[in-house]
Design a protein around this ligand. Structure first.
Ligand code: FAD
Length: 397
């Protein structure tokens, strides 16, 4: 079986690893000229994704690269002092087996796990996919594949080519931006947060990083007139959204015009009736992004990649049977992660002062509770915040 994967971030390298481990001939084409090492942001790996990483033999490296954030200092416009929240206890409510890691570190770890057995091609893109599996590229010569996998993110090129406008994009009401700023602005092990109604700005770093990352989340009164490819316009919109928030946030934003890495997007949830057509299927954000930063999408991408690859191996090349198995397993998981993301999108960007006070109040309460009390609280929310911890992982031979 010859499989072509578009995208070498998270879902692509994990799918490639599991296929190659079973002797499948795998090519990955990535539009970036090399593996991305700068920019990016912290992502969560929850229990099933930790288990998959363990089976891949990369868990020690993942743990070694954890961001190491232990507490958050939250500033509010009406309080003279920041509230200190125990980040480990707070995230312990969500999961007993979780790590926070920079997406680019994770991507490199998964890439390294399979690189010797996978043909990675950087700096190219798929231009066309015919029904018989013939693929044309922007640069390379055409070639034939049995299966083509779109692992190319929320704005997937494979999805556009094969499904056109079929995916429904639900805007969850907020926007997300990340930029690189000098490390000297951040404090080791502590995240700095500024919270006000409709907007939050956070800054963090990690020991092994040369810079710090400023994250901005906001929910304007009305949707922005925005284009995900128009960087200069997005910078202006970000500045306007955070104008006057605080001197410190202003100092982070002062780097906006010279930052080497800037990301801005709407928090959007994708919905499709099917992720597969003919020889083509989608995995990770390309097929079922529940919403960046609110629905555990990295763990979902790892989970989906593991299931897809193993279903393809189990079906011994019968891609129709494999895609049916993949969609059957993923459908409930994706549905639940969407519900979680919709709830989280509201919680993480409160629109009122009382909402902010409640959010910080819960964080403070959890910080002072004993671990036993926190666990008891957590168990009351098995299908809510602990969704990923309670997700069963299919076993394959
Ligand atoms: C600011 C931000 C914060 C986030 N925070 C969290 C978090 O806290 N927790 C969490 O779990 N998740 C978080 N996420 C989401 C997480 O980054 C994604 O869910 C995860 O990276 C999905 O992986 P993926 O491989 O499916 O897609 P992506 O990581 O988007 O990767 C897609 C890859 O495809 C490549 N590509 C795109 N188009 C083409 C093309 N036409 N041809 C070839 N290659 C192409 C891209 O260059 C990229 O390498 C966050 C995302 C953002 C943006």
């Amino acid at each position: 079986m010859r499989v072509l994967i578009s995208g070498a971030s998270i879902a692509g390298p994990v799918t490639a690893y599991w296929l190659a481990r079973h002797g499948v001939d795998v090519t990955v084409v990535e539009q970036a000229p090399a593996l991305r090492k700068t920019g990016g942001h912290a992502v969560d790996l929850f229990r099933p994704a930790m288990d998959i990483s363990e089976q891949m033999g990369v868990l020690p490296r993942v743990l070694q690269r954890a961001t190491g954030t232990t507490r958050i200092a939250v500033h509010r416009p009406w309080a003279s002092r920041p509230a200190h929240i125990d980040y480990l206890k707070l995230t312990g409510l969500i999961s007993d087996r979780r790590v926070e890691i920079m997406r680019d570190d994770l991507s490199e770890i998964y890439y390294d796990a399979g690189r010797d057995d996978v043909d990675y091609r950087f700096g190219d893109r798929i231009a066309g996919i015919a029904d018989d599996g013939t693929v044309t590229f922007e640069k390379a010569a055409p070639a034939s594949f049995d299966v083509v996998v779109g692992a190319d993110g929320l704005h997937s090129g494979v999805r556009r080519l094969v499904f056109g406008d079929e995916a429904v994009e639900h805007f969850l009401g907020g926007y997300l931006a990340v930029m690189s700023v000098p490390k000297s602005l951040a404090r080791d092990g502590e995240m700095t947060g500024y919270y006000a109604p409709r907007r939050a700005a956070l800054l963090y770093t990690a020991d092994h990083l040369d810079d710090a990352r400023a994250v901005f989340i906001f929910r304007p009164q009305r949707p922005l007139d925005y284009d995900h490819r128009d960087g200069p316009r997005q910078r202006g919109q970000l500045r306007a959204a955070f104008a006057g928030m605080s001197e410190e946030v202003g100092a982070w934003l002062a780097h906006l015009d010279r930052t080497p890495a800037f990301y801005f997007d709407a928090i959007t949830q994708l919905e499709m009736h099917t992720w597969s057509r003919g020889r083509v299927t989608l995995v990770g954000d390309a097929g079922y992004c529940p919403g960046p930063a609110v629905g555990g999408s990295t763990s979902l991408a790892v989970y989906g990649a593991y299931v897809l690859a193993n279903e393809l191996v189990r079906a011994r090349g019968d891609h129709a049977a494999a895609f049916a198995g993949y969609e059957h397993i993923m459908a409930p998981v994706v549905r639940d992660s969407r519900a979680l993301a919709r709830a989280n999108a509201k919680t993480v960007i409160p629109t009122t002062r009382w909402g902010v006070a409640a959010l910080v109040g819960v964080g403070r309460l959890i910080s002072v509770l004993s671990a036993r009390a926190t666990q008891a609280l957590a168990r009351r929310s098995e299908r809510g915040v602990r969704l990923y911890d309670t997700m069963p992982l299919p076993e394959y031979a």
